[in-house]
Design a protein around this ligand. Sequence first.
Ligand code: ZN
Ligand code: ZN
Length: 267
Amino acid sequence: MRDGHIHSPYCPHGSSDALKTYIEEAIRAGYHSMTFTEHAPLPQSFIDPVPSQDSGMAYNQVKHYLEDLEQLKEMYKNDIHILKGMEVDYIQGYEEETKQLLNRFGPLLDDSILSVHFLKGKKGWYCIDFSPEMYKDAFQDLGGLEQLYQTYYRTLEMSVVSDLGLYKPKRIGHMTLVRKFRHLYPSPYNWHSYGSQFLDTVKAYNYELDYNGAGMKKPHCQETYPPLPLARQASSMGIPLIYGSDAHQSSALMQGIDAVDQKILKR
Ligand SMILES: [Zn+2]
Ligand SMILES: [Zn+2]
């Protein structure tokens, strides 16, 4: 069992479960490999649209986070393979600052994820997975759900294509996050074609996908990111899929795994 997307006590919006608690739980669950991917600090000039402004780790914490992981990696090396990573945001227009962050910390990272959580509307920025209210504000600003999906997939494309330097992550996080509130706000009828087109880009750039179980636990989503048909399509194209629990507490390791097609996972 490999889990390539795990948060930690360094997450300002997560739980305070200790790194050791995650690791012990992972060993109990039979993991052979786990990547901690704490939210990287957001670019300093970017204003987090989330009211509590806690979407990313504090910049001065990164050093401690990586030191703790290095220590635990050594301590547990006979039981489990621990990888050091971050979930880095792709924010359109902030590529230069993101590249600087990656140049600074990239040499210390083993395995990371690039994700899109923030989209720009006419009136400002939105964190699309923060709340149904912010999601609604986003699509109303953009002109509707269809436009929201278009913007999300255009931004995902840019995340793959953009130059973020030598240490740019090669795995794209939760590629259908825009569906998190789909039971409240149904996807446009043709949304699948956006996802499908995006797979062509992932394939062309030899990237990997985070096959993320967290959506299964979200009451308005109840499917994996991406859902089964897209995951199978990706697999048939030869795109590596890496399971991600996206756990923000130790008890959430393995979440959504029953809905994941385990035969197509890259271990
Ligand atoms: Zn988080
Ligand atoms: Zn994420």
